[in-house]
Ligand binder design. Structure first.
Ligand code: NDP
Length: 246
């Protein structure tokens, strides 16, 4: 059941994270919003509260372990418990390797991989002690299928596939009952394209999204479905995208 679950969402200031926060709050979950754009978080939290939901927020840079630890403390201090964390923050500055956009490469590793590791490290002690909890992560169809321009982005998302499956397996072995769900979205209309620094790639991907992109609430519905499962049941993976995207 979603109602009264306390759920952290990273990357909650726009796109998939924002849509998930709004939907889960409308179903009675208590939401802890994290991202760097605090003004956006404040606006979303106020709108959730105005609609009768419950939400708190904190400035979170997922590359900081201290920030990740602090948002777990905020969840517990605000709502007395923690049931799930949705590790969703990410960026996609795609480019051809020959362009040598090495700053983008490192940023993707820092946010898309290390950000998730930091988020998991922050919740594992709590979930282990309470023998339960749910960790969800946003991978991508780029984590399932290689494409030119997506070597590093795709690599960070492939990483999640393996990592989340092993997390699930180890938790089952150790009897800590942590559910691990990985979501593989295709083209979803969000601010993600703004993170592309290569103009040619941005234009090409912009065309693809203009043709196929669907709204972020489609992913939120899947997140809700995964969290809503009984505690003894885990949805390991979802691939979700536009019905007309080849
Ligand atoms: P958005 O750009 O709308 O959202 C990305 C979110 O990540 C923002 O809230 C941003 O917040 C946050 N973020 C970025 N860097 C950091 C950081 N260092 N610390 C904390 N938060 C950070 O795009 P989406 O909603 O599309 O992206 C969400 C996830 O979905 C990403 O992991 C993306 O890779 C994945 N995805 C998206 C697809 C799509 O088609 N849109 C397809 C497949 C996967 P802020 O800038 O305020 O920190």
């Amino acid at each position: 059941m979603i109602k009264d679950k306390v759920i952290i969402i990273t990357g909650a200031s726009s796109g998939i994270g924002e849509a998930s926060a709004r939907l889960l709050a409308s179903k009675g979950a208590k939401i802890v919003l994290g991202a760097r754009r605090i003004d956006q978080l404040q606006r979303i939290a106020e709108e959730i509260e105005a609609a009768g939901g419950q939400a708190v927020y904190a400035k979170l840079d997922v590359t900081s372990q201290a920030d990740n630890d602090a948002i777990v403390s905020l969840a517990k201090d605000s709502f007395g418990r923690l049931d799930a964390t949705f590790l969703n923050a990410g960026l996609m500055p795609n480019s051809m390797l020959s362009a040598l956009k090495t700053d983008d490469w490192h940023q993707m590793v820092d946010v898309n991989i290390k950000g998730v590791l930091n988020g998991v490290a922050a919740v594992l002690p709590t979930f282990t002690a309470q023998k339960g909890g749910h960790i969800l992560a946003t991978s991508s169809v780029a984590g399932l299928k290689a494409y030119p321009g997506g070597a590093v982005y795709g690599g960070t998302k492939w990483f999640l596939r393996d990592f989340m499956e092993v997390l699930r397996m180890e938790s089952a072995m150790e009897g800590t009952h942590i559910r691990a769900t990985t979501i593989y979205p295709a083209a979803i209309n969000t601010e993600l394209l703004h993170t592309i620094s290569d103009k040619g790639v941005a234009d090409a991907m912009g065309g693809l999204y203009a043709k196929y992109g669907i709204s972020a609430d489609r992913i939120a519905r899947v997140v809700e479905f995964a969290i809503d499962q009984p505690d003894d049941t885990v949805i390991n993976e979802f691939t979700v995208g536009p019905a007309n995207q080849p």
